[in-house]
Design a protein around this ligand. Structure first.
Ligand code: 5AD
Ligand code: SF4
Length: 523
């Protein structure tokens, strides 16, 4: 019988991709995914360490499993990803019932670790299996994952894995190369990694420690993967890297493939792919050649996610970002000079140590000046192991952080609203992602007994819990434009994963609303 596997993913797109790849490997080795954690034989958390809040969620998940592990010692519990790497074996002190620890740079070993843990747990439960058991042949008290059974693969802060290896020789490359595509997989929106790790060492950030040094994948491997996904039905492929525009592959024979070269190569090699995107860009060193590649290749989406992080040069310096706001603004102006319709998103941190009110106001000004499509705004979270936690006192109160977060969101909202209102009346291509969250929530509340969750609900359903409506297939759909704007419109759920033209009729700050062009012409 197949062993049941429950995997939950926290954090960024890189983690989503890692989870997909390790799932593929585990499935190939006899594990079967389940959404039911209570009946899983193996429970894995793919974790994020970027902010404390993300870690707390995992701590509480692990806490919930403590009793279950005592009752079912054969259960395998794994922590993978950034928290595993950052915390290391210290994690066992807080949660001794964890069996497997595997950092993001070692995920190619996960299947073996899980397998070994399952075998070790089973043999530890056999009578007389342990020298420290009761000595009378009885099953030892079900101790949490006991010492010898633990399986650990971490890169370790000292050996920044792969720094001397070409990615092609790196066994981790095998994880990406092994990508398994099974019939029925929804590949309409797929991720492909082009670079692993980060060399930037922004003072607040754990990523260079948890994901190791920048390693660029060979261009042909990337192209092959994009082709494979497209042949299997991908409509949109997003290339991933922490500082993606720094991609540069040295072939070892004097040839170099730059990020701009790679964009042209993929675009020319995979002509059947309707949409190619990439995230996340670093503001410095974004070459004109890369912008020209975006302009020249019609299937590359005109969307950039380029975190500015702050609007004050002093804070940017403390963050070790390596650019000034002047450089940043020049970059966005340059991008818009090539592509006036480009949409640009950013990240910001509020409450970085020593941030003054005036400096915070400078961040507001930057949002207005750069007219971001949207901004992801985070309260500074001191992270153990980073330079910032050692060098600076976390002296902005939580109350100020919260207020600044809200104020920045409000400024961004005005900009987004204005940009969105400019879209009204336009026809845009939308990639349909599924049912809008609003409708899913309503459907979940009303739970029609015989319907299954994929079915939508009549839009103007009378309210009242006693009214049961038959499930219908027309619902409010949600999708994204090439510029990453969210669009809602009514349509058939079977359109999920397809591209459609939608006329925008109404705009809110976060969402555009529209009507299918085909439906309009039929009316
Ligand atoms: N505190 C708050 N936000 C952080 N980010 C990274 N590290 C921290 C931290 N210590 C944010 C940055 C980054 C995004 C992924 O997370 O804005 O771009
Ligand atoms: Fe972290 Fe800076 Fe690297 Fe982004 S560029 S992953 S913020 S160190």
């Amino acid at each position: 019988m197949k062993r049941k596997l429950y995997l939950e993913t926290f954090g960024c797109q890189m983690n989503v991709l890692d989870s997909e790849l390790v799932l593929g490997q585990l499935h190939a080795h006899g594990y079967e995914s389940t959404d039911d954690r209570d009946h899983a034989d193996v429970i894995i958390y793919n974790t994020c360490s970027v902010r404390e809040h993300a870690e707390q969620k995992v701590w509480s998940r692990l806490g919930e499993l403590r009793q279950r592990k005592l009752d079912e010692p054969h259960l395998v519990i794994g922590v993978i990803g950034c928290m595993a790497e950052r915390d290391g074996t210290k994690l066992f002190q807080r949660h001794p019932h964890v069996d497997v620890l595997c950092g993001p740079g070692e995920l190619d070993k996960l299947t073996t670790l899980v397998h070994n843990a399952a075998l070790a747990n089973a043999s530890a439960l056999e009578p007389n299996a342990r020298t420290d058991d009761l000595g009378n042949g009885n099953r030892p008290a079900a101790t949490p994952a006991s010492y010898a059974t633990r399986q650990v693969a971490l890169m370790g802060a000292t050996s920044r894995r792969s720094s001397t290896l070409a990615a092609a020789q790196d066994t981790l490359e095998m994880l990406d190369l092994s990508r398994a595509i099974s019939p029925g997989d929804d590949l309409s929106q797929s991720y492909v990694r082009i670079t692993r790790g980060c060399n930037k060492f922004c003072t607040y950030c754990v990523v260079p420690y948890t994901r190791g040094p920048e390693v660029h994948r060979p261009p042909q491997n990337i192209i092959d993967e994009v082709k494979k996904l497209t042949d299997a039905g991908a409509v949109e492929v997003t290339l991933l890297g922490q500082t993606i525009n720094h991609y540069a592959y040295d072939h070892g024979d004097g040839r170099k493939t730059t990020f701009a070269d790679l964009l042209y190569l993929i675009h020319e090699a995979v002509t059947d792919l309707p949409r190619l995107r990439f995230v996340t860009s670093f503001p410095r060193d974004f070459t004109d050649l890369a912008l020209q590649a975006m302009r020249d290749c019609e299937r590359i989406c005109r969307y950039l996610h380029v975190p500015a992080q702050h609007g004050s040069d002093r804070i940017l310096k403390l963050m070790n970002r390596g650019y000034t706001t002047g450089h940043y603004v020049d970059f966005t102006d340059r991008a818009r000079a090539y592509m006036p319709d480009i949409s640009i998103a950013s990240d910001f941190i509020v409450g970085f140590p020593t941030e003054t009110e005036d400096e915070f106001v400078a961040t507001k000004e930057l949002i207005k000046r750069c007219r971001f499509k949207n901004s992801f705004i985070f309260k500074y979270s001191p992270r153990p192991g980073t330079v910032a936690i050692d060098r600076f006192v976390d002296d902005v109160s939580d109350e100020d952080k919260r207020r600044r977060n809200n104020e920045l969101l409000a400024v961004q909202q005005v900009v987004s609203e204005q940009l969105n209102s400019e879209m009204v009346g336009k026809v845009v291509e939308v990639m349909i992602e599924g049912e809008s969250k609003l409708v899913s929530r309503q459907a979940a509340k009303k739970a029609y007994p015989t319907s299954n969750v994929e079915l939508g609900w009549a839009k103007h359903a009378p309210s009242g819990d006693d009214v049961r409506l038959p499930p219908v297939t027309t619902t409010q759909l949600v999708g994204r434009t090439r510029g990453d704007q969210v669009v809602c419109f009514d349509g058939e759920l079977s359109l999920k994963g397809q591209l459609l033209d939608v006329k925008i009729t109404r705009a809110k700050n976060l969402t555009l609303f529209g009507e299918q062009v085909e439906a309009l012409s039929l009316a």
